[in-house]
Write a protein of this length. Structure first.
Lengths: 145, 188, 288, 663
């Protein structure tokens, strides 16, 4: 664990809540660490397992998935499906040997600008502590891609 | 992400009640339906809904007021209140629990003595014989409560009717019974 | 039909006639009772007041003994007993983590598989047979008193309706009686205070007796020894409290059915009541 | 090879002060596929947009990344701009250098690097973008309103007055709903019939409104603007065109002892009947379950007396299918019955009635002509107990919610009773008084202060009958739970408002969501309260939640305005962000294996089953098909599909993978 390690964090966020929340972080000028790269999707319901795996494959050290709070989904129940699926994903990742500490599922609403900054900072620090995700390479060699 | 798990705080009486009975005091919304139907509601210094109200606030002096009350000893466990409570609060369970708490703290209402004497006599009878020995129970209760005269008129009649066995029914495995009591009551 | 039998303490003493009449009636109907051997008291209305674990362990021992004897269904005629057995069984089923300690206390393995039934459930199954074998219809007006513990709490006992139950009404109809409409079928008689607070018993039971008479009942029929004690043994206190003399008898449902089936009143323990079982005009007719 | 242009905006100092925009533009020049990269002070300004359009022409660009503010701010602006320059608008993406970068990070190399990264990601995405075209669907400008209570009538009138055709479907023989049963209405105490009947007549006579009473919706196909609704017209057993509503048949029908629904069982009616004298339409129906002719084959008195020979015993139900552009559900509620109260005698005491029965007793057109008489013996009740929250806010009865209207109608009932029986005593058992509308609390206070209604804060545990009185055992929690016993002559239970019978079935027929209690679910509780999740289907009145008349009517007008908004367009334009199921040539035809997991996951019921047929008509394969009219583009189906047979336009797997691969 070297001090100079700068983790790569990929965030999948929904357009309506978390993306807007992150916009609000900006409008409120709340500073946070710049390691995160945001990918916008219409709804967390759109996020599937392969996207997460691809992110790790491409060298992400940590992944954030964030959408609307339960019951607030722009698409009524997309995040409900997402939530149910995440449970399965976690198990699946566990099974495949992926370190589930490296995936953070969260809700950030359009009004929670500060929450977004806090989330990104927490995850960044956490992953920085965990160190680079070198093990993934081993998994990849074992052929899970 | 908020988690649904919730741990009662055992420092407070409300928390201990929740841990011990599964009843959350906050579920009671003070409708009074329990008091309205309780067969002894008019005898109680604190009707069931008041017991809940005082406990809900979590003020130690109010908790103590409840523990010292007579009403909690009058509850017959008839379950009228709990079967009608709109919030499905299991009131008699809480009554049981707080009586235990009052005893532990030694602040049970003086009038509880008779009732307690009876229950103690009852359990003693089971502890030693395995079954309830009614004559023994009544005699024992009278000794403990000093209500010597009460019921003396009834006993001979019952005897004549063949309803009072003069000797206890002893179960075979009486040592097992002792163990059972030690392991449960022993914990106090 | 074979069925396990847990009489409970009061059926050995103050409510012997409930035991006698239950055995007599069920035998007459071809039911074989296997008594749980070396059974202990269920703790009734006392154990839970003082110690929760004790109130689980006592019934658990009974259930464990029944299991050992291969009993799959136990009749507990006393409503308090069947209620306690059910409560303990359900609590242990919901909290299996408590079972180990209970097993240690009772010194036996516990599974909690035996089904617990009350007397009305068993009689209910035999209703057609009872109706067919009725030789002396019990042509009385009956106030059916179910008390608390037979139907409450509904989440535990899951039997009949919690208010205005019907099973006993249907049963007495089957033997020719007419149930009266009355509002106190499940009103508490004071049960547990039979010894300690006879004043409360007199007041609560007094209300029942008075109303039953007012609604024209010839007899109050019960299915619980505690109810019976309060309505029968405590009648003098009740009458004193009411300032009126009420001679309306209180009978066990099994005695009513026994009489209807033509069984010997003495075998049914009718003579053991404090309030004599006598009926105003129709008494003679039905005794014949 | 793509020719992509990158335009990096300084936003004055907003981006420029933190991110080295010139350097970013320079870095982007070297990204494969980028044909042009510049930075500029204000991209959204006129000169900025013009510069971009010129660059598109000059460099022959086929895609554009604008690296500026949030797409939630200016995406429409720049998409319009590129479109005007001849490039498909969906070939333009925005990198968020301001909200997600310059405003939230320190000024340093990492931040500039991040800015460049954000652009590269989108450059890769655009390489996989395909031109998309807005979806257009036609609109049938006829609305259907289901349910003819006050809410449904209001919706129908508003749409009809807006110039469009409305079909009002009502399951019972007359429109009017519960409001037609009410005596007087809070908070003004004006006569319900007096304000409602004119509306009913207006609806019946409106040239744009077609009433279909005694009818029910059987089937709904299609989507917003293009529904096909099948309605079952139940047989009235008479020819409505011939019948004049003279009522002779009703007078002569010998079968007079049938319990009357309109009077809530407090009166009787004949087998051929109109529910109430002011019914609209004023045409009878034959109740075939109770008619002597249908039971025994004899009678036909009605047929004999009818002057116009309108009776048709052999008439059958009729199914009609209608093209509809928008549907408004206004099917109202039902009241919990007194049978649901074991502790109050399971409904066996005649003098324990519910609120609607009280309305009928108090109504001048009711069975007692508005004179207070209790049902059991017709005596004037001297003491009446009203019990609020009966069954509501009661988990043990399965209704934890507040029914909202009963505090008010209970105050009204107590007041009406006191106005009719001056010497009478009225008690109200309540838990809280919820009277939050305009003039509502004043109304309740009036009952207490002027009409001397005694409010007791507590619930009633038991009611039983003794010596012709009802003994009400309650408690007063303001006196510490003191038991209170009242000997009453009549008890009125303000029973819970519940979702109507078979509302769940109806919701399923229409593919709208409903809550745990069977009330129809709005799209958003605050911002889209009259829309459902299904495009083109709207809600009004108590079918969505317990509501009083003012709210029902307000909501009805809101729903009507939504319909009118929809009908103001000839065609609907929708963003092409929709899912598509993969199709290809045989023998595979599609990756879809027909598991239809996607169908259950889709929140909008946008996924249908489609059969691929061989030339001889044989089904080769059944696959999923997305209806672009219904799909809202959430992408849930994409994530659900295990064979990756579905993709979401604009956020396809390929596009997202490309983005990730650039990280
Ligand atoms: C006792 C009582 C007193 C009240 N007093 C007042 C008052 O004083 N003031 C006040 O503001 N509010 C009062 N209310 C509330 C008022 O009744 C409601 O707000 C109002 O009736 C709601 O109107 P609605 O059109 O939404 O529903 P409803 O009146 O229930 O009308 C729904 C209509 O839809 C029909 N329908 C149902 N299902 C179908 C179907 N599947 N297909 C076709 N048609 C169908 C029904 O037959 C009915 O005609 C009172 C309510 C009660 C219970
Ligand atoms: C403390 C508080 C908390 C609340 N919390 C909630 C909640 O959690 N959930 C909820 O649903 N509701 C809540 N509300 C209620 C909610 O705020 C209101 O329902 C809502 O704001 C009403 O919106 P409005 O547009 O009618 O009025 P307003 O929000 O008051 O908007 C009126 C606008 O008109 C402008 N205006 C006024 N006069 C003129 C004029 N003459 N010419 C031009 N413009 C004018 C005003 O400047 C203002 O912008 C809360 C209210 C309060 C007070
Ligand atoms: S009935 Fe239940 S909710 Fe009501 S006051 Fe009693 S405990 Fe509380
Ligand atoms: S269980 Fe106790 S508190 Fe409840 S009604 Fe019976 S006596 Fe009253
Ligand atoms: S396009 Fe956005 S970032 Fe650029 S000047 Fe306009 S508002 Fe600012
Ligand atoms: S008698 Fe004939 S015309 Fe008159 S109401 Fe009846 S059906 Fe209609
Ligand atoms: S046929 Fe039926 S509806 Fe007609 S008059 Fe006879 S009973 Fe009435
Ligand atoms: S409106 Fe009033 S009476 Fe009705 S449920 Fe709500 S609080 Fe109870
Ligand atoms: S989930 Fe995929 S494979 Fe299954 S039906 Fe839908 S599109 Fe076809
Ligand atoms: S994208 Fe969403 S709305 Fe569209 S079909 Fe898929 S799940 Fe349904």
């Amino acid at each position: 664990m070297t001090e100079s390690f700068e983790p790569k964090i990929t965030a999948f966020v929904c357009n309506w809540c978390t993306y807007a929340g992150a916009d609000l972080t900006g409008t409120s000028r709340i500073n946070y660490q710049s390691n995160v790269r945001v990918l916008r999707v219409p709804c967390t319901g759109r996020i599937d397992f392969m996207l997460l795996m691809k992110a790790f494959q491409k060298g992400s050290d940590g992944v954030i998935v964030s959408g609307c709070h339960p019951n607030d989904c722009h698409y009524t129940s997309g995040n409900y499906h997402a939530r149910r699926r995440w449970m399965v994903y976690k198990d699946l990742m566990d099974f495949m040997g992926v370190d589930t500490n490296r995936v953070t599922f969260s809700w950030v609403s359009a009004a929670e600008g500060a929450r977004w900054a806090q989330l990104v900072n927490e995850v960044t620090d956490n992953i920085r502590n965990l160190g680079p995700y070198a093990e993934y390479k081993a998994l990849a060699v074992a052929g899970i891609e | 992400m908020s988690s649904g798990s919730h741990h009662p705080n055992l420092e407070t009486l409300a928390g201990r009640i929740e841990a011990g009975t599964g009843v959350k005091l906050a579920h009671c919304y003070q409708c009074g339906k329990c008091a309205a139907g309780c067969p002894v509601g008019d005898e109680m210094d604190l009707p069931p809904c008041q017991v809940f109200r005082l406990l809900q606030l979590g003020f130690p002096d109010l908790d103590e007021k409840v523990l010292r009350s007579e009403g909690i000893w009058l509850c017959l466990a008839c379950e009228t209140c709990s079967s009608r409570c709109p919030q499905e609060v299991e009131i008699p369970k809480v009554m049981d629990f707080i009586r235990g708490e009052a005893l532990k703290r030694g602040i049970a209402h003086p009038k509880s003595k008779d009732i307690l004497s009876f229950h103690r006599a009852f359990l003693d009878s089971i502890e030693y014989t395995g079954r309830l020995y009614e004559v023994g129970l009544v005699a024992d209760y009278k000794l403990r409560s000093r209500h010597m005269l009460k019921d003396v008129m009834l006993a001979p009649k019952m005897y004549i009717k063949g309803k009072l066995g003069l000797f206890p029914h002893l179960i075979k495995n009486r040592s097992g019974m002792k163990t059972l009591f030690k392991r449960t009551m022993g914990k106090g | 039909m074979r069925i396990g039998y847990y009489p409970g303490c009061s059926l050995l003493g103050s409510s012997r006639e409930f035991d006698e009449s239950t055995r007599a009636v069920l035998t007459a109907l071809g039911v074989e009772l296997t008594e749980v051997s070396d059974w202990n008291c269920c703790g009734a209305s006392s154990a839970h007041v003082l110690n929760h674990e004790l109130s689980l362990a006592l019934p658990a021992r009974i259930l464990a003994l029944a299991e050992q004897a291969g009993i799959t269904e136990i009749l507990a005629p006393c409503a308090a007993c069947s209620n306690r057995l059910l409560s303990a069984q359900q609590e242990l089923a919901a909290h299996p983590e408590k079972i180990a300690e209970i097993e240690a206390a009772i010194g036996m393995p516990y599974k909690g598989t035996a089904k617990i039934v009350n007397i009305l459930e068993v009689l209910g199954r035999l209703k057609d047979q009872i109706a067919a074998k009725t030789t002396k219809p019990f042509a009385k007006k009956v106030a059916n008193y179910y008390g608390c513990l037979l139907v409450r709490p509904p989440r535990v006992v899951n039997f009949d309706r919690p208010e205005d139950p019907q099973s006993m009404d249907l049963m007495v109809k089957a033997v020719g009686a007419t149930p009266v409409e009355w509002p106190f079928k499940t009103e508490c008689c004071g049960a547990a205070f039979s010894v300690t607070r006879t004043d409360i018993v007199a007041k609560l039971s007094g209300k029942l007796v008075k109303d039953a008479v007012k609604r024209g009942a010839d007899v109050i029929v019960v299915a619980c020894p505690m109810c019976h004690s309060n309505l029968d043994l405590r009648r003098s206190e009740i009458n004193e409290y009411l300032g009126e003399q009420h001679g309306i008898p209180a009978m066990f449902i099994t005695q009513v059915i026994g009489l209807a089936l033509g069984l010997d009143p003495v075998a049914l323990g009718i003579q053991r009541h404090m309030v004599p079982v006598e009926f105003k005009e129709t008494a003679a007719a039905s005794a014949q | 090879m793509s020719r992509i242009g990158v335009f990096t905006c300084h936003c004055g100092e907003n981006i420029g002060a933190t991110v080295d925009c010139a350097k970013v533009a320079e870095m982007c020049k070297h990204v494969p596929g980028v044909a042009h990269s510049v930075d500029y002070k204000y991209m959204c300004s006129d000169p900025g947009q013009r510069m971009m359009q010129e660059a598109i022409k000059e460099h022959n660009l086929d895609g554009v990344v604008v690296a500026a503010c949030s797409p939630r701010m200016h995406e429409p602006t720049f998409r319009r701009a590129v479109s005007n320059a001849g490039v498909n608008p969906y070939m333009c993406e925005m990198a968020n250098l301001r909200e997600h970068c310059s405003w939230v990070h320190e000024k340093n190399d990492a931040t500039t690097q991040k800015a460049a990264d954000l652009i590269r990601v989108l450059v890769e995405k655009i390489k996989h973008n395909t031109p998309l075209y807005p979806i257009k669907v036609p609109v049938t400008k006829t609305a259907m309103v289901v349910g003819g209570g006050v809410a449904g009538i209001q919706v129908a009138l508003d749409i009809a007055n807006g110039g469009h055709k409305v079909i009002l479907v009502e399951k019972s023989p007359s429109i009017g709903g519960h409001m037609s049963q009410l005596s007087e209405t809070f908070p003004t105490l004006d006569c319900s019939q007096c304000i409602l009947t004119p509306r009913m007549v207006e609806a019946a006579q409106h040239p744009n409104i077609t009433l279909m009473t005694y009818s029910e919706v059987e089937k709904v196909d299609g989507f917003i603007g293009n529904f096909k609704v099948t309605v079952r017209k139940k047989a009235r057993k008479l020819d409505e065109k011939l019948c004049t509503g003279c009522g002779l048949c009703i007078q002569k029908c010998p079968n007079k002892k049938i319990s009357d629904e309109f009077n809530e069982g407090l009166g009787t009616r004949t087998a051929i009947y109109v529910p109430f004298p002011q019914a609209v339409p004023n045409r009878p129906v034959i109740d075939t379950l109770n008619c002597t002719f249908y039971k025994t084959g004899k009678c036909k008195v009605c047929e004999k007396v009818c002057p116009t020979n309108a009776i048709r015993f052999e008439q059958e139900d009729e199914l009609v299918t209608i093209d509809i552009g928008a549907i408004v559900l206004a099917t109202g509620f039902k009241l919990m019955k007194t049978e649901a109260f074991p502790e109050y005698g399971y409904g066996k005491h005649k003098d324990i009635i519910d609120g609607m029965q009280f309305e009928r007793l108090a109504s001048a057109s009711g069975p007692t002509a508005g004179v207070m008489k209790r049902p059991s013996d017709g005596k004037e009740p001297e003491t009446v107990v009203f019990i609020a929250c009966s069954g509501s806010r009661d988990r043990s009865k399965g209704v934890p919610y507040c029914s909202k209207v009963c505090c008010m109608y209970t105050a009204k009932h107590a007041m009406l009773y006191k106005h009719k029986v001056h010497s009478g005593k009225a008690y109200v058992f309540y838990m809280d008084i919820r009277a939050a509308g305009k003039d509502y609390d004043e109304f309740v206070r009036r009952a207490i202060e002027e009409d001397d209604v005694k409010y007791i804060r507590g619930r009633v545990s038991k009611i039983y009958e003794e010596d012709g009185k009802l003994i009400v055992k309650g408690a007063d929690t303001l006196m510490g739970g003191e038991p209170v016993e009242i000997k009453a002559d009549m008890v009125v239970l303000a029973t819970a408002v519940q979702s109507n019978d078979r509302s769940e079935e109806l919701a399923q027929t229409l593919h709208v969501s409903y809550d745990t209690y069977g009330f129809f679910a709005e799209a958003h509780p605050k911002l889209r309260p009259v829309e459902t999740n299904t495009g083109g289907i709207f809600l009004a009145g108590a079918c969505q939640a317990p509501r009083d008349i003012p709210e029902s009517v307000a909501q009805a007008s809101a729903a009507a305005s939504k319909v009118l908004g929809l009908f103001s367009q000839d065609q609907l334009t929708r963003e092409p962000i929709v899912a598509v199921v993969n199709r290809q040539a045989g023998p595979t035809y599609s990756y879809c294996v027909g598991c239809f997991l996607c169908q259950t996951a889709c929140p909008y019921q946008a996924i249908e089953q489609e059969q691929i047929l061989a030339r001889n008509g044989e089904v080769i394969k059944t696959i999923a098909r997305i209806n672009p009219g219904l799909c809202q583009g959430c992408g849930t189906c994409v994530a659900t599909c295990r064979t990756k047979a579905i993709d979401l336009q604009g956020f396809s797997n390929e596009q997202l993978y490309a983005e990730i691969m650039t990280l």
